[in-house]
Design a protein around this ligand. Structure first.
Ligand code: ZN
Length: 237
């Protein structure tokens, strides 16, 4: 199966939190979407890996994913080494995504998020090498975008997720092992702050930037090329 978008992240629930609204929106637009979780999140304070994988399946259904896989790399002990890059590259070759979404590289509280970003980029490169010792046909994604929500960076662009905000919250709530409504559980993503309040604050703030109710932010490292500069939104004044 060929995917339009493959989101790669360290732990089950990372994609839902950082770019779940966009993934839902793309699926609703008829695009084939998938998620590759690199670990089972087994070092998480709450829940067992088995519970978290079940949660991930529920969230996948809510997001309308066409595929979700887990590489079972060690949580909180992921390393930037070739064997891991090759494992991810094999998944990229399998699904041939047009676009890959990675975590933003800098300013990450959890080291796995930073390492997932580096591994993901290197895997996109390796997957396209004709002579790489990998299964499958060479494939290099056309676009790599970084989910940079909650990062203090100049965001490159925003995606309007106003119509999908409620479903994004549902997909995160599917992680019953992680966010069960208790004060402690809901504060684990950022200590002292409720995950849903945090998300609502950022998503509304991004929305204000681009004249919509809720938006998700992304970073890309190359400039954006427009066919028609008169068709841009939001309006300037
Ligand atoms: Zn994470």
């Amino acid at each position: 199966m060929k995917l339009d978008i493959l989101a790669i992240a360290a732990h089950p629930d990372d994609v839902e939190i950082t770019c779940g609204g966009t993934m839902i929106k793309m699926a609703e637009m008829g695009k084939k979407t998938g998620v590759l979780d690199l670990t089972e999140g087994e070092m998480g304070t709450l829940g067992t890996p088995a519970e978290r994988l079940k949660d991930a399946d529920r969230a996948a259904e809510i997001m309308g994913l066409s595929a979700r896989e887990n590489l079972h790399l060690p949580d909180s002990a992921m390393e930037c080494k070739h064997v891991n890059i090759a494992k991810i590259a094999a998944v990229i070759r399998k699904y041939k995504p047009q676009t890959v979404i990675l975590p933003y590289k800098y300013g990450q509280r959890h080291p796995d998020h930073r390492i997932a970003s580096i591994l993901g980029y290197d895997a996109c490169f390796l997957a396209g090498l004709v002579k790489a010792k990998l299964e499958g046909e060479p494939h290099r994604p056309h676009k790599i975008i970084y989910a940079s929500s909650f990062m203090k960076v100049e965001q490159s662009f925003f995606v309007d997720i106003s119509d999908y905000w409620e479903r994004k919250k549902e997909s995160i709530s599917a992680y019953r092992s992680q966010f069960n409504g208790s004060k402690f559980a809901n504060q684990i993503y950022k200590p002292g702050i409720d995950i849903f309040e945090l998300l609502e604050t950022y998503q509304r703030l991004y929305g204000i930037e681009v004249n919509c109710q809720f938006a998700e932010g992304f970073y890309i490292s190359e400039p954006i090329l427009l066919d028609d500069p008169t068709a841009q939104s939001p309006r300037s004044i």
